[in-house]
Design a protein around this ligand. Structure first.
Ligand SMILES: [Zn+2]
Ligand SMILES: [Zn+2]
Length: 255
């Protein structure tokens, strides 16, 4: 791994460390690029495990300062992990057009009316259809750099069945058509979660896809671990070739 494009900070209220701590660790590891992509804040602050809306300016300033301090040692991108919520899109556009956020990670954890369905608690067949449509709509918006953990719903969905396969095939096909990379998620692998799902990854080989392995680090020391190396080896063993850096056209510069 020479780059990591999915990195959190303590500002999302369920991770540890400042952007600077992750950047220093990435430099120590010899990485060439890092994107800081904490969970985007929402004006309603409904989810306590997210950055608070009123914290954005302070976070953004700290991040800018860290970038200025370390820019000669590593390439640092500003980004966010975002849910595709129609009411949030104006803010995402502002992040891209006015604040210089270019690595926009689609991480769809919730979907449906009032964000009722949650990948970690209550996925079922109906929810899966809504999830798939939401992810595909998001991909078509042109606003996202890549899709994080497309198989995250397996955390609460009973098992990898024909419906799960259909959902993922739809997402893979859309990513193939739009040339949008999919992520193989290191955090899920670290935590022995049901994602990344290797059966799904084998199926994904039927599509022409670009893959990224990211650590989705929630602690600075988890950016690139032995476990991440193990994941890289496992993926290579499946015959999947991973891109080392995010393709230039997936840095969202204006929308
Ligand atoms: Zn997180
Ligand atoms: Zn994440």
């Amino acid at each position: 791994m020479i780059a990591n494009y999915h990195t959190h900070t303590r500002w999302c209220n369920h991770a540890k460390g400042e952007a600077e701590d992750y950047i220093k660790e990435a430099i120590r590891l010899g990485l060439k690029e890092i994107a800081m992509t904490d969970h985007v804040p929402h004006i309603d602050n409904t989810d306590p495990a997210r950055m608070k809306w009123e914290d954005f300016n302070a976070y953004n300033q700290l991040l800018d300062e860290a970038i200025a301090k370390y820019k000669d040692q590593i390439t640092i991108y500003k980004g966010f992990e975002c849910e595709y919520y129609p009411e949030a899109l104006d803010f995402y556009k502002k992040l891209i057009n006015e604040y210089g956020y270019t690595v926009m990670v689609l991480g769809q954890h919730r979907c449906g009316p009032d964000r009722y369905y949650n990948a970690f608690t209550n996925m079922n067949k109906e929810a899966l259809e809504i999830y798939t449509k939401t992810v595909c709509d998001a991909l078509h918006s042109g606003m996202f750099s890549f899709v994080a953990h497309p198989d995250v719903f397996l955390f609460s969905y009973p098992k990898f069945d024909q419906h799960a396969e259909k959902a993922l095939r739809t997402i893979y096909k859309t990513c193939e058509e739009l040339n949008i990379p999919i992520e193989i998620n290191g955090f899920g692998y670290h935590a022995d979660r049901p994602y990344p799902n290797f059966e799904a990854l084998k199926i994904s080989k039927e599509y022409k896809l670009t893959y990224l392995i990211n650590s989705d680090a929630h602690r600075p020391e988890l950016i690139y671990t032995d476990k991440m190396r193990e994941l890289e080896e496992t993926v290579a063993f499946l015959g999947i070739k991973v891109t080392q850096t995010l393709p230039e056209e997936r840095h969202i510069k204006a929308i």
